[in-house]
Design a protein around this ligand. Structure first.
Ligand SMILES: Cc1cc2nc3c(=O)[nH]c(=O)nc-3n(C[C@H](O)[C@H](O)[C@H](O)COP(=O)(O)O)c2cc1C
Length: 154
């Protein structure tokens, strides 16, 4: 089974808690996991034979949280070509803002530019609808697991 790297960007901690919950649930399924703290990410280029999950809230007006922003900029400027990388995205946002889940959409665009492939549809969790984003994320893991199993069995 492929190793799963989970990275997160947060302002108030919900995306971190969601990332921790997802990491634990994936580990329970038997995957080797690594939850990266934002301050560990400098120089990290996601290995293409491993899976990537990015969990990020949105701040400002559709902006990427400050803790993960340096890594985003680093990837954008170093622009590694990652055609074999499979990634999944979990966004935390609030639909009362104009640019709902803008940060995770920016990650989607960047990873696509780098040639990486989405393994699942983007999960966007709306704070207007739930106070417990980690519960939605946990439910989503079933579809993530299905996608991993079917893609890697093909
Ligand atoms: C100052 C501020 C600006 C925000 N801007 C946006 C935004 O532009 N788009 C969006 O979807 N959510 C926005 N949000 C909502 C947060 O992304 C959402 O509450 C999220 O759950 C916070 O997660 P965190 O605790 O990991 O930071 C904003 C929240 C605050 C407090």
């Amino acid at each position: 089974m492929k190793k799963v790297n989970v990275v997160f960007g947060t302002v108030y901690g919900s995306a971190q808690f969601t990332a921790e919950t997802v990491t634990k649930a994936i580990a329970k399924l038997g995957f080797t996991t690594k939850l990266w703290q934002p301050n560990e990410l400098s120089g990290f280029v996601p290995p293409q034979d491993e899976l990537l999950i990015v969990v990020s809230s949105t701040t400002g007006q559709g902006d990427i949280p400050e803790d993960i922003s340096p890594w985003f900029s680093e990837l954008k400027s170093s622009a590694p070509y990652l055609p074999l990388l499979q990634y999944s995205l979990i966004g935390l946002g609030d639909s009362s803002y104009e640019t709902f889940c803008g940060a995770i959409k920016q990650f989607d665009e960047l990873l696509t530019e780098l040639g990486a492939k989405p393994l699942t549809e983007r999960l966007e969790i709306d704070a207007c609808e739930t106070m417990e984003p980690e519960i939605e994320a946990k439910t989503w893991i079933a579809s993530w697991h299905n996608a991993v199993t079917s893609v890697n069995a093909a």
